[in-house]
Structure formats: C-alpha cells, structure tokens
Design a protein around this ligand. Structure first.
Ligand SMILES: Cc1ncc(COP(=O)(O)O)c(C=O)c1O
Ligand code: FES
Length: 388
C-alpha cells in the first residue's frame, strides 16, 4: 500500500474509533429490530439501545433523555432548530440574530427565512473571532425570537462565551440555540449553567459514524416549541419522523461516552501537540495565527501565510499531510473563507491559509514531520517567487 498523507483534518470528520465500531456491529445483524416495534423482543432490544444513547447524550450536556431528538446530523439539527422556531414563534416576532462566522448550516437556513420575510441580524466578530457581547445586547429587540451562536468554530476553533450569551437571552426571554457540532465531548457543555435552549450535535467529529446527530430541545423553564420540518410516523415526539437508525445511534452514544471519559487527557495532549506545531511554524517570518490564541478547541490551529499562493501551498503540502484551507463543504470553491474574511483579513491572506485539525490518533512524530515539511514548502515557494 502506498504511504498516505498524515490525516490532520479532524474538523471535517474523524475516523470511527474501533471501540465505537465494535459496539455498532451487532445492531446491523443480530439486534436489527425497529425501536418503534413494541410487540416483540427485537423492537425492545433496539429501543433499549436507543434509550441508552439518549441517556449518555443527556448526561453529556446536563439535559434529560426526553429532550434529545435524533437527526441525521448537525445540518438537520440546525435546520430543525432555526426553521422550527421561526415557524412556531411567527406570531411573537420575525427577527433572528446570528453571527458572520457561523457554519453554512446556520447561515443558509437564516438566509432562506429572509426570503420568507424574516429579518436577520448578522453580528460581526472581533479580530480574535469572538463576538462582542455589547453588540449582541444592542441587537436584541422585542420581536427577536432566536439567537443562534455556535459553541466552537469549525475553521478557527474559537469558543464563544455561551454562558454570557445564555444569560443575556434568558433575561429577555429569547430562545438561545447553539451549534455544538465541533464541541460535543471536547469541551464542557452544560445547558442549565449556560442557559441554552436548543443545541445541535453530531457524531462524526468525535470518532462516531457519519449521518447521525441530535437536537437538544429544552422542555422546562422554558419549554421550547418547535414546528417539525419532517412529517410522518410521529417519531421523536412528533418533532422528527423517520425510523431511528439504531446502529448509528449506538455508535453516537459510544463515541460520546469515550470522548467524555478521555476528555481531560485528550484535551491536554492535543493542546500540547497544537502548541508544539505552532511553536515550530511560527519561526517562519510572515505567519499569522487566526482566532483567539487560547479560547479555542484543543486540536485546532489555523494560520495564514504571507507571500505564498494559497493553492500552490496546499498542493505542496498534499503528499505529506491531509489539511484544508477552510471547511470541507467549501473546499471546492475558490472564494476566500467567510470566516477568515470576517476576522478582517485581506482576501489574499485569507487564501493562503491552512487549517490543522489534530485528533485522537495523531502522534508527536507526525507533528514534527508535518512542521518540517510545512516550513520547507513555504521556503521553497517563496524562493521560486523571487525568481518570477
Ligand atoms: C460547526 C458545524 N456545524 C454543522 C456541521 C454539519 O454537521 P453534519 O455533517 O453532521 O451535518 C459541521 C460539520 O462540518 C460543523 O462543523
Ligand atoms: S463538513 Fe463542515 S463544512 Fe461541511
């Protein structure tokens, strides 16, 4: 087998942990029942497994199992949260607030609602990628029905001040949604302490399978109403119809369980690897760290490099490392990342940017090899450029 590049794109997705796969396998064949079948043991087994994941997810965020609604991922959870609130609270108001650096799975549903007559306020961020709470407070209005601010950014890893945002929203009785796709099991999350009403989750960024996620929907103090966006058999208490995908749900639960058990150790290790990588790369002149230096995900490093062409840089890195210059879904477009331009970078600098997502299976040796190749690639590109 040919040597494959070192995988450093953990924000796009992560491999399924072997322990997760082992937990899932029996649910494809032996325990294949439909969790909604309540007249026989096949259904009961599947239902018990689904219940177990609900419990794990609920405990992970300090919610109750009845507040977890399974979806196909965070994209669907975001759509259900945003469009579901818009439809259910239409009489109360039609104003929604979100942030310029959100994932397209939040921005696009908001843009869609705009075509239906909703008013969307898009908050800008500070140079470090964090929102300004005074600006948020000023943007809140009596007809604001929803504030959607992500927990951890998928490009620059920046963590938003969830507890402060929750406090502001709760004091004015406005629903607070957070997209925690990149955050679950990586940083502490607590829907009570942070006063979060809706939270989107996904399994495939924490070594679980793709195609499974969940939306936390607050049931008490206050109870959040949601208009379903998919109608059918009335699964998930009517909020999301469709037969539950038991093996994926089992994998989701196992992945989060492992993530929580290993959170502290893993986060220390990834922070250390990330800092070592930055220490080596920052020896290059004209290199910038994007996003807040410490308020960020442990495994995230996002940098911009001066005086090199972005696509030439990625091409030069490709044989040794699998990295990206932005989010996975937008890696096919040549436009500069909307997240980096929101930080106030010039378009040219935003182009020559690299996102490193260090994960559970990366080693110190890999990081050293990556740093070495990165530095020599930049140096040789710069040398070539001087002869053009
Ligand atoms: C912040 C954020 N939100 C939403 C998503 C979409 O999640 P999913 O792939 O589960 O639909 C992603 C994945 O890239 C993400 O990083
Ligand atoms: S998978 Fe993250 S941007 Fe699409």
């Amino acid at each position: 087998m040919s040597i494959r590049p070192i995988y450093l794109d953990s924000h796009a997705t992560t491999p399924v942990d072997e322990r997760v796969l082992a937990a899932m396998l029996p649910y494809f064949t032996q325990h294949f029942g439909n969790p909604s079948s309540n007249s026989h043991v096949y259904g009961w087994e599947a239902e018990a497994a689904v219940k177990q994941t609900r419990k794990i997810l609920a405990e992970a965020i300090n919610a109750t199992p009845e507040e977890i609604v399974f979806t196909s991922g965070a994209t669907e959870a975001n759509n259900l949260a945003i469009k579901g609130v818009a439809e259910a609270y239409y009489q109360k108001g039609q104003h929604i607030i979100t942030v310029a650096t959100e994932h397209s799975a939040v921005i696009d549903p908001c843009n869609y609602l705009k075509t239906l007559g909703f008013e969307i306020t898009i908050l800008q961020v500070e140079k470090d990628g964090i929102i300004n709470l005074n600006q948020l407070e000023k943007a809140l209005r009596s007809d604001t029905i929803l504030v959607s601010v992500m927990a951890a950014n998928n490009e620059i890893g920046v963590l938003q001040p969830l507890a402060e945002i929750g406090e502001l929203c709760r004091s004015q009785e406005i629903i607070f949604h957070t997209d925690a796709a990149q955050a679950i099991a990586k940083i502490p999350l607590d829907v009570q302490a942070m006063k979060i009403d809706l939270m989107s989750l996904t399994a495939h960024k924490v070594y679980g399978p793709k195609g499974i996620g969940a939306l936390y929907v607050r049931r008490r103090n206050p109870r959040v109403q949601l208009a379903p966006q998919q109608h059918g058999g009335g699964h998930e208490r009517g909020m999301r119809s469709g037969t539950l995908y038991t093996p994926q749900i089992v994998g989701f639960g196992k992945a989060v369980e492992i993530g929580l058990e290993e959170q502290k150790r893993e986060s220390d290790r990834l922070t250390q690897l990330r800092d070592i990588l930055w220490k080596q790369l920052s020896q290059l002149p004209g290199i910038h760290l994007n996003g807040h230096p410490t308020q960020r995900l442990p495994g995230n490093l996002n940098i911009s490099v001066e005086k090199v062409d972005g696509s030439a840089l990625l091409l030069g890195l490709q044989p040794v490392m699998a990295v990206s210059s932005g989010s996975a879904c937008s890696s096919a477009t040549t436009a500069p990342s909307h997240v980096l331009t929101a930080l106030g970078h010039s378009e040219q600098l935003a182009y020559a940017s690299v996102r490193f997502g260090i994960g559970r299976f990366n080693t110190q040796e890999e990081i050293d090899r990556v740093a070495e190749h990165f530095i020599s690639t930049v140096q040789s590109l710069r040398k070539q450029a001087t002869f053009v």
